[in-house]
Ligand binder design. Structure first.
Ligand code: NAD
Length: 251
């Protein structure tokens, strides 16, 4: 039997990242679950109860030293790395003129510098394993402009372009890079930033008239990391109930 593959998933303590970790484990992969929230990550890992196939990694994706240590810990524990899911993200929804430089910088550090740093640290490890795949988690907020998302939406638009840049250069090394652009999913992040008005807007603008489920995002993330997506590189997959297809924006 061949050795089980290994994924490093950032922001895996809860929400979409935790659902992705579950999906990879169900598919027989081993998973390094990275998060900066140590308590939540500890209880998530305990809840999974799969001691040999799960590694908790405590790190902040915006800190280069911590990111390198996280990749080293993953390699030391599992001996290989096949996939990276750049999922850790933060959101603050505010009018453009009220968004402070600190808020802007915090969002860029996690949402944009995080995927840059993690990919640069992870790819050398992937090459030792014969290649791999990266999935960057963007957002429908990066596809078109809407109110209150100057920092968040800009960070996610940049992640979509980062994906193309990385795909263009890393493809011929044997590493595919793609993005998933989720529509709204009712995680802790959404509970923080989605007001009743925003929820109503999404309901009306999304052809399926509902939020996505964490598990629905996990399916797409796993697919793009798997060999079934072996000729898909530099693309984004909107998992959004049809929002992107309509071309209708939010207010
Ligand atoms: P969440 O807030 O529930 O989970 C995010 C996790 O990332 C948390 O565990 C948090 O501790 C961790 N994290 C944040 N900053 C970090 C950092 N610097 N270093 C390490 N860990 C960090 O969010 P979620 O809704 O599951 O979002 C996951 C991803 O999906 C994010 O990139 C988000 O922008 C994106 N997304 C979410 C939605 C949605 O509606 N929930 C929609 C579109 C895109």
């Amino acid at each position: 039997m061949s050795e089980a593959k290994v994924a490093l998933i950032t922001g895996a303590a809860r929400g979409i990242g935790l659902a992705a970790a579950r999906k990879f484990l169900e598919e027989g992969w081993r998973v390094a679950m990275l998060d900066r929230d140590t308590e939540t990550l500890r209880s998530a890992v305990e809840g999974l109860g799969q001691r040999n196939t799960v590694l908790p990694v405590f790190a902040d994706v915006s800190q280069p030293d911590q990111v390198q240590r996280a990749v080293d810990e993953t390699e030391n524990a599992f001996g290989r790395l096949d996939a990276l899911v750049n999922n850790a993200g933060v959101a603050t929804f505010k009018p453009v003129l009220e968004t402070t430089f600190e808020e802007w910088s915090e969002i860029m550090a996690t949402n944009l510098s995080g995927p840059f740093l993690c990919t640069n640290a992870a790819v050398p490890a992937m090459l030792k394993s014969g290649g791999g795949a990266v999935v960057n988690i963007a957002s429908i907020s990066g596809l078109r402009a809407s109110l209150l998302r100057v920092a968040y939406g800009t960070s996610k638009a940049a992640v979509l372009h980062l994906t193309k840049q990385q795909a263009a250069e890393l493809g011929n090394l044997g590493v595919r890079v793609n993005a998933v652009a989720p529509g709204p999913v009712d995680t802790a992040m959404a509970k923080k930033v989605h007001t009743p008005d925003i929820r109503a807007d999404y309901h009306d603008a999304i052809p399926l008239n509902r939020y996505g489920l964490e598990e629905e995002l996990a399916e797409a993330i796993f697919f793009l990391c798997s060999d079934r997506a072996s000729y898909i590189n530099g693309q984004y997959l909107a998992v959004d109930g049809g929002f992107d297809a309509t071309g209708i924006g939010l207010p």
